[in-house]
Write a new protein. Structure first.
Length: 281
């Protein structure tokens, strides 16, 4: 495994426990379920944004969250790596089981969790640094200093993000010089460099043109061979193209969750059919 070879060569990682810990992060969930969400409720002060959500998200697949604005889909996405902890008014009830543990437990190492479960946001958000420094940022923050290790990790991440061929001769150039689509792929590379198991994407193409959107969608299809991907999207056609399973949310409720083919071709709930046919939303 290339990542493990890098770890063994990296002089900054010197203990067997570090290598074992890093290797364990690459092990699939034994039941094939990335997240088992049980009776999840989330409140912002007195407002209930999520209501008794129960669902299982599979490993090595793309799951799309769809629904009108304010339905809770981005809120649920942020629950999956506890980003809502950063909102002072939020309060969560219920369980999200990942690798046999409830991530909402006070014993959870949230920094480690967010390393294993990366996030790509709606607007590309490269740092005002070079392309190389952007891709290496998370690793440097973790304390990695070995230059050969960082070079190899950055190259691998940029290759996986389908950006290497476009930037390999310009790694010292400021990331602001990239197009919007390239910046978003750089943000994906920045997440990949940390070797996560899961990548969360919150409307990752909403600010992009159709050509850049197509590149990101192709990338998502490739990445699911190695990662679990959960994507929030307002585009019904995008959900149909890239996802294996789709969840439809409305006013904080999970209305329907099924294979994407069933959601779009044979929905069980009339509200799902009305939404995907454009009658509201």
């Amino acid at each position: 495994m290339k990542f493990m070879n890098r770890l063994k060569q990296n002089k900054d990682i010197s203990t067997d426990s570090d290598i074992i810990s890093a290797q364990s992060a690459l092990v699939d969930n034994p039941d094939g379920v990335a997240f088992d969400i049980r009776d999840l409720n989330l409140y912002y002060d007195d407002f209930q944004a999520l209501k008794d959500i129960n669902m299982e998200i599979k490993d090595r697949s793309v799951t799309a969250f769809i629904g009108p604005s304010g339905c809770g889909k981005s809120t649920l996405l942020r629950c999956l790596n506890r980003m809502n902890d950063l909102i002072e008014s939020s309060r969560v009830e219920g369980e999200i089981i990942h690798k046999g543990q409830n991530i909402n437990s006070p014993d959870t190492d949230v920094v480690k969790l967010r390393t294993e479960i990366g996030m790509v946001f709606q607007q590309p958000n490269p740092f005002p640094k070079s392309i190389f420094d952007n891709a290496a940022y998370g690793l440097v923050c973790q304390g990695h200093k070995n230059k050969s290790f960082l070079r190899e990790a950055v190259e691998e991440a940029l290759i996986k993000a389908a950006l290497w061929d476009e930037v390999k001769d310009h790694l010292k150039r400021n990331a602001d010089s990239l197009s919007g689509g390239q910046q978003q792929r750089l943000c994906i590379a920045r997440a990949i460099a940390l070797n996560p198991e899961i990548i969360l994407m919150d409307e990752p193409t909403s600010a992009l043109d159709p050509i850049a959107t197509s590149r990101i969608e192709d990338l998502i299809t490739q990445l699911k061979q190695e990662y679990t991907i959960v994507i929030v999207t307002h585009s019904m056609s995008q959900a149909a193209r890239v996802s294996d399973e789709t969840a439809f949310f409305l006013l904080g409720d999970l209305i329907e969750f099924d294979t994407t083919d069933n959601i779009f071709q044979n929905p069980r709930d009339s509200r799902t059919e009305d939404y995907i046919s454009g009658k509201f939303g």
